[in-house]
Design a protein around this ligand. Structure first.
Ligand code: HEC
Ligand code: HEC
Ligand code: HEC
Ligand code: HEC
Ligand code: HEC
Ligand code: HEC
Length: 446
């Protein structure tokens, strides 16, 4: 009995093995087929070089199309698959459309007319010069999987505002002061105790009175402690008084948190945008002025995110992109619909450089007439992630420069005559701004 059971078992398992084997091999076959199919279909969908396609896309289409976002024209990711699934349109239709969309629309093609009307009759450029290969490459590029944004190296630390560094240092100082006070109290207690033990050891009578000496009395009687406390008090009040004075007086280094984190380093530095593109009035008027949001939107209608390379350890891509969203909100720009909503709110930039009312300063005089570079007075702006006041803007600072700087009289008819007279008067070759009258009180004070 036992044996037959065993042989039955063996038989069973053998049979099962066979069945499983057969099943597996057919499954393998099927799997192989599926993979092969997938492979060939992938091949047929991706014939074309997506790297070349990307270059073509950036050169010809990027002005109006993005892959994943509606712009002047529709988002083009997987456009071929979308059109064939939803509209039954094939690649030939795409060839014809891209080479001459107006022609397809005129031919009465229903989808062409539909999308044309959907986009308010905006005309797409014709690209008759693109070969079949070019178009295959382009379509291969649009069929690429969307890449997940690369992680920011060093972990994405989102700096919400840089001004907090100031707050933190204040907090550290306050914390240190608190710890000092606690140490002081503890020290006092220990001193009190040791003195008492000494007294006991020396058999000095401690009267009931002195035993009950209140803490503050012991404190007052201890000269060393009094001195330490006095010094601490003087130091901390000096710190606050100095901080207060430097706030009302010289503002050198003043670096307020702006409502939108606008980086001069990224704009004027990395992207080389000319100062005068935004501060256009510096050349012609007393004030240099902050650009209106229209100026920003000239570029930012299409720049809705920063490239991953722009992100740093301190500021993540998400942070920068969020700041651009703030700009959209302020300008009342609906990025998804690509139009203004009409609900705008002006950005209240915090003014950094500010002379007192009784002093007169004129930008055009310095920038246009004297040809002084912005950076001479405002420092390395193109490296500033956050704008700050570089120069002290004191009277001494103005006067020093007027004493040292020669006036550029070349090509300036107004100066040639005065220059002749004055250089004779002072007996020098080149006149300084001071000798031109740059030290007269009335020139700078109303
Ligand atoms: C001047 C702007 C402009 C340029 C440049 C442009 N397009 Fe278009 N494109 C449009 C507009 C607008 C539409 C929507 C239909 C219309 O209004 O004509 C469109 C529609 C399309 C469509 C149909 C998409 C859909 O979802 O139905 C495709 C495909 C297309 N464009 C491909 C391209 C390719 C490829 C290039 C570059 C070789 C390109 N476009 C360059 C503006 C442009
Ligand atoms: C794309 C526009 C843009 C460009 C280009 C630009 N700025 Fe600015 N600038 C701004 C904005 C916006 C502010 C206000 C926000 C701030 O202070 O950061 C500003 C502020 C300033 C301030 C401080 C103003 C104040 O409140 O006292 C100075 C100084 C300045 N810019 C100088 C420059 C110089 C120098 C360059 C060229 C190297 C330059 N900017 C390029 C937009 C621009
Ligand atoms: C001439 C084109 C141009 C103008 C004008 C312009 N930007 Fe930009 N902006 C850019 C470019 C380019 C980037 C960086 C994109 C990248 O790094 O990928 C950028 C990035 C930004 C960012 C993210 C980085 C940062 O600085 O925090 C903000 C926010 C921003 N701009 C705000 C503004 C504001 C506000 C104005 C108007 C005062 C303005 N931009 C005007 C081209 C412009
Ligand atoms: C000779 C020094 C000097 C030069 C050169 C100079 N600035 Fe200024 N800038 C100042 C002073 C001083 C102020 C403060 C003016 C005030 O409060 O009336 C100022 C203020 C500003 C402001 C704040 C807004 C305003 O108009 O008061 C901006 C923006 C600015 N400068 C940008 C520029 C740009 C851009 C250039 C170059 C094209 C430039 N500056 C060249 C000294 C200079
Ligand atoms: C980087 C050097 C520099 C600095 C800093 C500077 N200036 Fe000047 N300034 C000049 C030069 C150079 C001229 C001569 C321009 C000319 O050709 O008329 C001048 C001319 C002037 C004039 C006209 C003088 C005249 O004879 O008509 C006034 C007013 C003036 N500056 C005010 C100021 C004030 C106020 C400050 C400080 C807030 C200042 N300047 C800072 C270089 C400077
Ligand atoms: C080149 C421009 C310039 C000339 C010339 C000039 N000042 Fe000033 N003065 C200033 C500026 C800028 C301030 C503001 C400094 C500040 O805010 O710290 C100032 C401030 C002052 C102050 C206020 C106190 C202080 O230092 O803040 C007095 C007083 C003063 N000037 C008197 C004079 C007299 C008197 C003369 C003529 C001998 C004169 N100034 C010539 C630019 C000038």
């Amino acid at each position: 009995m036992k044996k037959s059971y065993q042989s039955l078992e063996v038989n069973l398992t053998n049979n099962m093995r066979k069945v499983i084997h057969r099943k597996l091999s057919t499954n393998f076959l099927r799997l192989g087929l599926v993979i092969l199919l997938a492979f060939t279909s992938a091949l047929s969908a991706q014939e074309g070089d997506s790297a070349k396609g990307k270059a073509l896309f950036n050169a010809n289409c990027a002005a109006c199309h993005k892959l994943d976002k509606k712009m002047t024209g529709p988002a083009l990711r997987n456009v071929e698959a979308r059109l064939s699934d939803e509209q039954g349109l094939d690649r030939d239709w795409l060839y014809a459309w891209i080479r001459n969309s107006a022609g397809v629309i005129k031919s009465g093609d229903s989808y062409a007319n539909k999308i044309y009307n959907e986009y308010g009759g905006a005309a797409m450029t014709a690209f008759p010069q693109l070969s079949d290969d070019d178009l295959n490459n382009l379509l291969a590029y649009t069929a690429e999987e969307k890449k997940e944004p690369a992680a920011v190296p060093g972990g994405a630390v989102v700096a919400q505002n840089t001004g907090s560094s100031n707050g933190i240092s204040n907090q550290i100082i306050l914390g240190a002061l608190a710890i000092l006070f606690i140490l002081l109290a503890a020290g006092l207690y220990v001193v009190n105790k040791t003195l008492r033990r000494f007294a006991l050891a020396q058999n000095i009578e401690i009267g009931e009175d002195s035993k009950r000496t209140p803490l503050w009395k012991a404190f007052v009687q201890n000269q060393f402690l009094m001195i330490v406390v006095a010094i601490l008090f003087l130091l901390s009040s000096a710190y606050f008084v100095f901080g207060y004075l430097s706030q009302i007086g010289v503002d050198q280094g003043y670096e307020p948190v702006q409502p939108i984190h606008y980086s001069h380093k990224i704009h004027a530095g990395d992207n080389g945008i000319d100062c005068k593109y935004c501060h256009s009035s510096a050349r012609v008027s007393k004030h240099s002025g902050i650009p209106s949001l229209n100026v920003c939107m000239n570029c930012h209608k299409s720049i809705y995110e920063v490239s991953p390379e722009t992100a740093t350890k301190e500021y993540s891509k998400e942070f920068y992109d969020g700041e651009i969203q703030k700009l959209y909100k302020a300008a009342g720009w609906d990025d998804a619909e690509q139009k203004y909503t009409g609900e705008s709110s002006p950005v209240k930039w915090v003014r950094i450089h500010n002379l007192p009312d009784f002093a007169y300063f004129n930008h055009s005089q310095h920038v246009t007439v004297a040809g002084v570079e912005c950076q001479t007075c405002h420092g390395p702006v193109e490296e500033m992630e956050v704008m700050y006041q570089h120069a002290p803007l004191t009277m001494g600072w103005c006067i020093n420069c007027h004493r040292e700087t020669n006036i550029d009289v070349k090509d300036n008819a107004y100066y040639t005559k005065i220059h002749e007279q004055l250089s004779k008067k002072y007996g020098v070759e080149n006149l300084t701004a001071a000798q031109m009258g740059g030290l007269e009180c009335g020139k700078c004070h109303y």
